[in-house]
Design a protein around this ligand. Structure first.
Ligand code: CTP
Ligand code: MG
Length: 238
């Protein structure tokens, strides 16, 4: 018995950089963005349960999206908090008791594949905490307050972190309980703050985060490029 895996999709943000839209329901090829992550988790043989975390005023909309898609694995739809960290914690609390591995995924990353999810589950079981990442393509500059470059770190050592980040759930719960409350970076950074090792596994360059309006066009192009059809069910915004 290896224990169940629970995918926690956090989609409770307020999309400030998109101009204040709830990205979860942003249309992508005519369907709500979060529907793509839901379908990937549902399709994954490695995921047993799904917890969907949305803004408290979107609970009804999210619940009807889940039922219109005919999903079997969604065990809870719950309200997030003011920060991503609070939203993840709400998802962890809603995870079924038999959960052994938690995969924390941004609803704003609609292009995640079942292959990526599978790599995360393997890495979490082996290493306890694992984050998908891709080598950075651009040269990164650290900008000082006066606008001058203060450093150009060696790009060969730099990776851009993605989600789903994968953890033995007890470790992630302990990280949330014990990491400094003002630490509001990704989930892996909470585990790092405990001094516990976090492993990097192979991310996916197509697994972009929709952050600003231009990313909608990029995500739609990735979905088309991969032949990913719009999920069945409720249309975006309906
Ligand atoms: N998120 C969340 N709860 C929050 C803040 C963020 O569940 N209080 C989720 C978002 O819905 C998103 C993911 O965390 O799926 C990554 O966050 P980000 O891309 O920053 O989304 P937003 O916070 O909505 O956008 P912005 O920062 O531009 O307001
Ligand atoms: Mg945010």
């Amino acid at each position: 018995m290896t224990g169940a895996t629970t995918g926690i999709i956090v989609a409770a943000g307020s999309g400030e950089r998109m101009g204040g839209v709830q990205k979860a329901f942003q249309p992508l090829l005519g369907r709500a963005m979060v529907a793509y992550s839901l379908r990937a988790m549902e399709a994954s043989q490695d995921v047993d349960h799904i917890v969907l975390v949305v803004a408290s005023d979107s609970l009804d909309k999210a619940t009807s999206l889940v039922s219109s898609m005919g999903l079997c694995k969604v065990s809870a739809v719950c309200a997030g908090g003011a920060t991503r960290r609070e939203s993840v914690l709400a998802g962890l609390r809603a995870a079924p008791d038999d959960s052994h591995v938690a995969l924390v995924h941004d609803g704003a990353r609609p292009c995640a594949t079942t292959e990526l999810i599978a790599r995360g589950v393997v890495a979490a079981r082996e290493h306890g905490a694992a984050v998908p990442a891709v080598p950075v393509q651009d040269t990164i500059k650290e900008r000082g307050q006066d606008g001058r470059v203060v450093a150009t770190p060696d790009r060969s050592r730099l990776y851009a972190a993605q989600t789903p980040q994968a953890f033995r759930i007890e470790l992630l719960k302990r990280a949330h309980a014990e990491a400094p409350p003002d630490l509001l970076l990704d989930d892996a950074s909470l585990v790092e703050a405990l001094g516990e090792p976090v492993h990097i596994f192979e991310g996916d360059p197509g697994n972009i985060k929709v952050t600003t309006p231009i990313d909608v066009a990029v995500a739609e192009a990735v979905l088309r490029h991969r032949g990913i059809a719009p999920p069945d069910g409720q249309e975006a915004g309906s």
